[in-house]
Design a protein around this ligand. Structure first.
Ligand SMILES: Nc1ncnc2c1ncn2[C@@H]1O[C@H](COP(=O)(O)OP(=O)(O)O)[C@@H](O)[C@H]1O
Ligand SMILES: Nc1ccn([C@H]2C[C@H](O)[C@@H](COP(=O)(O)OP(=O)(O)O)O2)c(=O)n1
Length: 244
């Protein structure tokens, strides 16, 4: 896995352009980014990259290494020595850290409630941005295209993507979806318990990324009143329009 040193030198020569067809999708928690992006990738036979999983895996690695998540320098050092291996097959996504399969562990509440501490460390974001661009280019070259989702893909990681989409949904819809996902039938009574995993985390994350308002050239797809299939169709429509 490529490791890149952290640098604050913004006057470096420009990096290579992305290769292949890249669909960049950003949005807040519960908007449907992961599930919709994965299905869009399957439909188009493209690769799929979940950048949120990378931040989650780094958080797992920090906890594993007993790194104090409030110590930005220590978190940055851990990011510079991050043995990540992430797959880009939408049907067989795998996330390994130091050879350990962390696919399930990174979805645990202890990660969901602490990942923003890692994701708001600016040098960490620069490290992961570079790694993500390498992964995007490699996956797009191999599969002809890639769908990549996160919070800063349309604006920072891949502003040169072929298609850029902001996937949104009302706070109420996002809370209900995540609550249903986490608590099944107890959905109606668990919305308040889910709120901190959604609203509070988005508030913290939005201090380093803009994912509530579409940047210039980014198409907004509001899924508040769409079901899952309708959301996938809406995204595919934007992609099709960009290819004609
Ligand atoms: N348009 C939709 N309508 C209803 N449920 C949806 C829709 N899009 C996604 N979901 C469901 O909502 C939950 C959260 O979606 P997810 O893709 O994890 O969102 P995100 O990656 O943006 O946090 C999942 O259980 C997913 O199946
Ligand atoms: N490109 C990205 C992707 C995710 N993040 C952060 C924001 C989130 O708190 C975590 C986890 O992202 P993830 O997409 O898995 O979050 P959700 O549970 O789908 O809301 O990582 C980020 O800062 N930049």
């Amino acid at each position: 896995m490529p490791q890149t040193p952290v640098s604050s030198d913004v006057s470096q020569p420009t990096e290579p352009p992305l290769s292949g067809f890249v669909v960049a999708i950003d949005g807040p928690s519960g908007s449907g980014k992961s599930s919709v992006s994965k299905q869009v990738a399957r439909t188009l036979r493209y690769a799929y990259l979940d950048t949120g999983a990378m931040y989650r895996a780094l958080t797992w690695w920090c906890l594993e290494q007993h790194v104090d998540l409030d110590d930005a320098a220590a978190v940055t050092a851990a990011a510079g020595d991050f043995p990540l291996e992430i797959g880009t097959d939408p049907d067989a996504a795998h996330v390994l850290v130091g050879g350990v399969d962390v696919g399930e562990a990174i979805r645990e509440t202890r990660i969901s409630t602490t990942v923003s501490k890692v994701a708001t460390v600016i040098p960490v974001r620069e490290l992961l941005r570079r790694l993500q661009r390498e992964l995007i280019s490699a996956a797009a070259a191999e599969h002809g295209g890639v769908v990549v989702e996160g919070r800063d893909i349309t604006t920072v990681v891949a502003p040169d993507a072929s298609v850029r989409i902001l996937l949104t949904a009302s706070e109420q819809a996002r809370l209900a979806r995540r609550s249903r996902e986490l608590h099944g039938d107890a959905e109606a009574t668990s919305v308040s318990a889910t709120r901190s995993q959604i609203v509070d985390r988005d508030r913290l994350d939005s201090t380093v990324s803009e994912f509530t308002v579409a940047a210039d050239g980014v198409t907004t797809v509001d899924t508040s009143d769409l079901d899952f299939d309708g959301s996938v169709a809406a995204v595919l429509q934007v992609v099709a329009a960009a290819r004609t």
